[in-house]
Design a protein around this ligand. Structure first.
Ligand SMILES: Cc1ncc(COP(=O)(O)O)c(C=O)c1O
Length: 377
């Protein structure tokens, strides 16, 4: 049997990892500023994480949501405290797409409506409604096509207000990334997020903050949307939540009332997933990783802004986009193969930095030095 060949692969096999360092099968060391696609939040193989998962595995790895799982309650309490949304409710699932799918479904159950406002450049996942709300026709299969999604320009308050004016009573939800990741590290403006809040209040629509990539402390705030000083109704999260263990969730405002069977999943919130998610929050809290993300991120952004030859530096905290000129298409490849640094990318020519939240200043400096050299070709 062959693998279904959907991923363009780099010819590298990672066999060992620690913090923001990974090694390949030949023992070659790499600096990881990609965090396995924004997933590694507390660093690879963090000792507390390894211990908590190992201990849990020796007790019970999985049992279904038909029995009490106290780890889920502990996780909800810890997430409420660390995220500052203590009165919200937690539903656990397995991936970012599934989190968004459930958030959209919850919104529709709540107000009985069908239309969803999403934005140009958005990425919300590859499952049915999540992919319909994703601005990439190439990955929308005919079966996912729907008239229920209205795409608006990002950060366009007038277009948003006009759409609510026209369809207000049909709109179930507005879904927005606080910083578009796949779209190229583009920030939602504070006034735009505030406008979404006020229009959702006015029309009883649900404000869904897709925090799958920009959340979990990456920007220095727990959710990137927090910068606007208004609460969303539902926050979706995944990537950084389990530091690599597949776990995702939605944080749900108190006004939503659950009923048995409303949402569900076999694997969501299993013992191992909860142990992983708890270990992550314990380290984020104990090591003050939000502060570190803010500090090291601000340093990186300030230093990058001084580098000549870059078109633009975008982002906040440790979610950074470096826009390169068109005549430099090889920098990302050179960083990986010549300088042994993993980074992410966004089309057409943006380098995305999504490292662990405990990246050190020394590691940031190593990147800055090599990046400047790489730019010279
Ligand atoms: C903002 C955002 N939402 C949703 C998703 C989908 O997450 P997953 O790949 O875990 O389904 C992603 C993945 O990159 C994302 O960046």
């Amino acid at each position: 049997m062959n693998l279904f060949d959907v991923y363009p692969l780099n010819d590298i096999e990672i066999t060992k990892a620690s913090g923001s360092t990974v090694w390949d099968a030949n023992g070659q060391e790499y600096l990881d500023l990609y965090g396995g696609h924004a997933v590694i939040s507390i660093g690879h193989t963090h000792p507390h994480y390894v211990q908590r998962l190992t201990d849990q595995l020796h007790k019970v790895g999985f049992y279904s949501n038909s029995v009490k799982i106290p780890l889920q309650t502990q996780l909800a309490e810890k997430l409420g405290t660390v995220s500052g949304k203590v009165d919200y409710q937690l539903f656990l699932c397995n991936s970012g797409a599934e989190a968004n799918e459930n958030a959209l479904k919850l919104a529709s159950f709540y107000n009985g409506r069908k239309k969803v406002i999403a934005f140009k450049g958005a990425f919300h996942g590859r499952t049915s409604l999540a992919v319909s709300a994703t601005d990439n026709p190439k990955i929308i299969a005919p079966v996912n096509e729907t008239d229920n999604i209205i795409f608006l320009p990002y950060n366009d308050e007038a277009a948003l207000a006009a759409t609510f004016g026209e369809y207000g009573n049909e709109i179930a939800a507005v879904i927005i990334e606080g910083i578009q990741g796949v779209g190229g590290i583009k920030e939602a403006s504070i006034s735009f997020l505030q406008k979404i809040r006020s229009l959702c209040d006015e029309y009883n629509a649900v404000y869904i903050a897709d925090s799958v990539q920009c959340g979990y402390g990456r920007t220095g705030k727990f959710y990137a949307h927090d910068a606007a000083g208004v609460d969303a109704d539902v926050y979706t999260m995944a990537k950084g939540m389990g530091n690599g263990f597949p776990v995702a969730g939605i944080s749900i405002a108190p006004k939503f009332k659950p009923w048995h069977g409303m949402l569900g999943t076999t694997f969501g919130g299993n013992h191992l997933a909860c142990a992983a998610a708890l270990a992550v929050l314990e380290i984020i809290d104990q090591d003050e990783l939000l502060k570190n993300a803010e500090k090291v991120g601000a340093y990186l952004i300030a230093e990058l802004q001084k580098v000549e030859g870059i078109v633009e530096v975008r982002g906040r905290g440790l979610m950074i986009g470096i826009v390169l000129p068109e005549h430099m298409p090889n920098v990302k490849k050179d960083l990986l193969f010549k300088y042994k640094i993993f980074t992410g990318e966004a089309k057409p020519n943006v380098i995305r930095l999504l490292p662990a939240l405990n990246l050190t200043k020394d590691q940031a400096d190593r990147f800055l030095n090599d990046f400047k050299t790489a730019l010279k070709g």
